[in-house]
Design a protein around this ligand. Structure first.
Ligand code: GTP
Ligand code: MG
Length: 191
């Protein structure tokens, strides 16, 4: 897979031309969005990864195989940002979801260890209302013993009201689960 960083944006005027299908990776701050993008593209430092939540502050566009855009965005639910900063990021993301006409699907990341948060459920409901297709991915699956993984995924499926067969599990540190996600995204992009 070929990948390159294209540009960062805060508003519509700065987005790349909407001339290709686009997939955006969303989820709570620190859930592993940027790590997901690096593991998915098999690049070490394509997207910024940090131990402190709130690492990604801009909308970052990557070109994949010259054919589609993959997008990294700030996470939600990070309490340590100021109210003004949270509001600003919220407006930036609202504009993105309302305006971006080439958006093909969202990859909704949730932490495999925990039940989806209230914020996660609100995001999923928002995408359902907007008729934006959702690919659900549980991250950090390496942190759960193998025998317990299926139960965690079932719980996530129930909470998000997304069929278990449509929930993928990945580990960005161990590079597990990415072929399946890639296959799924290719299907959506080709539609
Ligand atoms: P923001 O940009 O702040 O919204 O965070 P993010 O969702 O982009 O998370 P990021 O990829 O920066 O990862 C946050 C932390 O989780 C880092 O310390 C990563 O190394 C760690 N991490 C991400 N994915 C995995 C995973 O699959 N397994 C494990 N064990 N750690 C992970
Ligand atoms: Mg990030």
């Amino acid at each position: 897979m070929n990948s390159e960083f294209l540009t960062s944006a805060t508003k519509e005027g700065e987005y790349p031309e909407a001339d290709r299908p686009e997939v955006v990776v969303v989820g709570r701050s620190n859930v592993g969005k940027s790590s997901f993008i690096n593991a998915f593209t098999n690049r070490k430092k394509l997207a910024y990864v940090g131990n402190t939540p709130g690492k990604t502050q801009l909308i970052n566009f990557f070109m994949i195989d010259g054919a589609w855009y993959l997008v990294d965005v700030p996470g939600y639910g990070y309490a340590k940002l100021s109210k003004a900063q949270i509001a600003k990021l919220g407006r930036m993301m609202d504009e993105y979801f309302l305006k971006r006409k080439n958006l093909t699907c969202v990859v909704q990341l949730v932490d495999a260890r925990h039940d989806p948060s209230k914020d996660d459920m609100e995001m999923v409901d928002f995408f359902k209302e907007m008729h934006i297709p959702i690919v659900a991915v549980a991250t950090k699956i390496d942190k759960i013993p193998k025998t317990k993984r299926i139960n965690h995924l079932k719980k996530i499926s129930q909470k998000l009201q997304i069929p278990l067969a449509h929930i993928f599990a990945v580990s960005s540190t161990e590079k597990i689960g990415f072929e399946q996600v890639e296959e799924e995204l290719q299907k959506r992009i080709e539609q």
